[in-house]
Design a protein around this ligand. Sequence first.
Ligand SMILES: *[C@@H]1O[C@H](CO)[C@@H](O)[C@H](O)[C@H]1NC(C)=O
Ligand SMILES: *[C@@H]1O[C@H](CO)[C@@H](O)[C@H](O)[C@H]1NC(C)=O
Ligand SMILES: *[C@@H]1O[C@H](CO)[C@@H](O)[C@H](O)[C@H]1NC(C)=O
Ligand SMILES: *[C@@H]1O[C@H](CO)[C@@H](O)[C@H](O)[C@H]1NC(C)=O
Length: 367
Amino acid sequence: MANLSFIFCEILMILATILLVVEPVKCYSKQHKALFVFGDSLYDPGNNKYVNETYLKVIATMWPYGETYFKHPTGRVCDGRTVPDLIAQFAKLPILPPYLQPGTHRFTDGANFASGGSGVLSETHPGTVRLRLQLSYFKAVKESLKQKLGDEKAKNVLNGAVYLFSIGSNDYFSFYRTYPNASQFYKGKFVKMVIANLTSVLKEIYDLGGRKIAFQNIGPLGCIPAVKSFDSKLGSACADEVSSLARLHNRYLSIVLNKLESHLPGFKYSIFDFYNAFADRVNNPSKYGFKEGKAACCGSGAYRGEKCGWTTINGTKLYQVCSNPREYLWFDGAHPTESANFQLAKLLWNGDPKITGPYNMKQLFKL
Ligand SMILES: *[C@@H]1O[C@H](CO)[C@@H](O)[C@H](O)[C@H]1NC(C)=O
Ligand SMILES: *[C@@H]1O[C@H](CO)[C@@H](O)[C@H](O)[C@H]1NC(C)=O
Ligand SMILES: *[C@@H]1O[C@H](CO)[C@@H](O)[C@H](O)[C@H]1NC(C)=O
Ligand SMILES: *[C@@H]1O[C@H](CO)[C@@H](O)[C@H](O)[C@H]1NC(C)=O
């Protein structure tokens, strides 16, 4: 019945739109689950084009970013689709536009607040859309939904939605750059501070109506070409010092989410073990259909770790770019190719509990 009335409502809306009676709004249905995305450059759909800081505005706004799928640079730090783009498609939702993009938005589908350079802590990369600012945008979305749909239906949208996160890498890059020789004690303290701030944001999302949280945990940061290009002593090995911060974070993250589930009625979650999934691809690229797992497709210097897309004023390219990004795990010095993202998104969507658990995203959407 719900489906029939939904279809009926859709037809009415199309007619109404043709007759210009009402603005084209999406019909609300119980089947329709929204996706809200919080995060950093791995998930940014182009929000950075609209931020104040010029150094952030230009991230991935030049060729060859976007060459594979969108055919033009969109601000995604990738040759094509990112993980949340693919998850939206798996969930039969449209690809979510940048939240900061001017114009009307259909928040019944969700919203993507992710922004390159951002972290959990407000001290990380000043000027970025840090996690707390992303949360304030989510609060504005809730208000907008309440005005459009009324309190009850807005609440149903937020309760049914899935909230997807990729955040924390930038906090640890910043920390590692500032304190390369931090003691075990200070590393532990820092990770706890990041986790505490993250936890308080998750609790607020719960209080605002969020129930289903999904995380891509932090990847093997020391294997990132940009990190390796700065330390010639490493050879082809990964920098374990910074990866160890990621591992510690990931351990605390699973403890915290487990605790939240037992304390907050209706709270359900999913953690995709991006760390191990990606480290295995770096070490055994051919097992996953890649020719190259260490160097990036686009960039210059060791491992093509930097300057993808950079040109001089006279038009001289400062980078090389591979002819087939599908053969590469990394597109630029810190971000996977679309073909790598496709494998990652599939694991997040319906991976088995060893890699994505206790629920995967497909199951979260069905709950
Ligand atoms: C940009 O600046 C405006 C005005 O100062 C401010 O309201 C807004 O929050 C800023 N945006 C970001 C992303 O910092
Ligand atoms: C960190 O330790 C290395 C030796 O392990 C040393 O070469 C380097 O100067 C130290 N860096 C700082 C910022 O203290
Ligand atoms: C969040 O991080 C700040 C530092 O950015 C720290 O002072 C504060 O205590 C943290 N908040 C929580 C709830 O841990
Ligand atoms: C363009 O500028 C670069 C240095 O920025 C220089 O090496 C190169 O020769 C210049 N090319 C032309 C065609 O002027």
